[in-house]
Design a protein around this ligand. Structure first.
Ligand code: RIB
Length: 301
């Protein structure tokens, strides 16, 4: 199976349980607070590692974030390409988690924004044609990394999250696979509709040569390519915390494809894994191992 380079963010998540998201001018007491490991990059690496892939995480942390290395190692992720900076603080977030299990996230990039072309070159020198790279939008030098990886013949998987102006046409051009949610799809296609059919058609027209997975929250997910598409419903569960649900989905979907599953089955595995993740608190900590996902796979929707 291909080696996977997961080049992405590593965050310390400060998670607050709240009745509702804090409003402008409001001071709100929280019912609980915990500190956990996160970052879209770290979460996706953990999902890939727990799903049984050979995954190398690359990124930068400060000295305050060295516990994140243990979290990755426990998920069987290789951490030898993570740089520890003496000067910069690890990226962090403030996450509000409300009664319905929904969240909102305030992100401070920290060391994630210190990734530069020199570091990227040193990481990419360990990889070659046929290897896979997975990226999100929480580190600096994104365009440099993805265009260089594509020119090296690596298979590029891009999760454009969070969606902002750093997602340039060159970044999108360099992606073989796009895994995105409805907000990101609306931003990228300019659609003002979040309907599955509308977004799928816009994405298919804009990116006729790409393989695309669109996630739609409660409405499930779908695969879109010019000659084939399919839909997967969610597995209905009681959600406690949706943080990292999308990352779990992404990691397990990519793992499924690399393990040789057909697309509908890879979508089903990813939906099952993310349904398990939302029943637990935390980001990386909520991601299930492959055995648990397999055992739950044919439970009813
Ligand atoms: O996708 C969830 C992640 O987004 C959190 O772990 C947080 O760190 C932010 O990066």
């Amino acid at each position: 199976m291909s080696r996977i380079l997961s080049f992405g963010s590593l965050n310390i998540d400060y998670v607050y349980s709240v009745d509702h998201f804090v409003q402008k001018g409001e001071t709100l007491s929280s019912d609980g607070m915990h500190v956990s490991s996160g970052g879209k990059g770290l979460n996706q690496s953990c999902a890939l590692g727990k799903a049984g892939c050979q995954v190398y995480h690359a990124g930068i942390i400060g000295k305050d974030g060295t516990f994140l290395l243990d979290v990755l190692k426990q998920a069987r992720v290789d951490t030898s390409l993570i740089r520890i900076s003496d000067e910069i603080q690890t990226g962090n977030t403030i996450i509000q988690n409300d009664k319905e299990g929904d969240n909102c996230i305030l992100l401070y990039g920290g060391a994630n924004q210190a990734v530069d072309p020199e570091f990227a070159d040193s990481v990419l020198s360990h990889f070659s044609r046929g290897d896979v790279i997975i990226l999100q939008n929480e580190i600096s030098s994104l365009e440099y990394i993805i265009t260089k990886a594509a020119s090296m013949g690596m298979t590029t998987v891009f999760n454009p999250s969070p969606y902002n102006e750093k997602i340039t046409p060159a970044v999108l051009d360099a992606a073989d696979w796009l895994i995105l949610n409805e907000t990101e799809a609306m931003g990228i296609t300019g659609s003002d509709s979040e309907k599955e059919e509308v977004l799928a058609e816009r994405l298919r027209t804009k990116f006729p040569d790409k393989k695309i997975v669109l996630t739609l929250g409660e409405r499930g997910s779908c695969f879109i390519r010019s000659d084939f598409s399919c839909h997967q419903d969610i597995f209905k569960v009681h959600a406690v915390d949706t943080t990292a649900a999308g990352d779990t989905f992404t990691g397990y979907f990519v793992a499924g494809v690399l393990h040789g599953e057909e697309i509908p089955e890879a979508l089903r595995i990813a939906a099952r894994a993310s349904a398990i993740a939302v029943t637990r608190a935390g980001a990386a900590a909520s991601i299930p191992w492959a055995d648990e996902v397999k055992n739950a796979l044919y439970d009813s929707l």
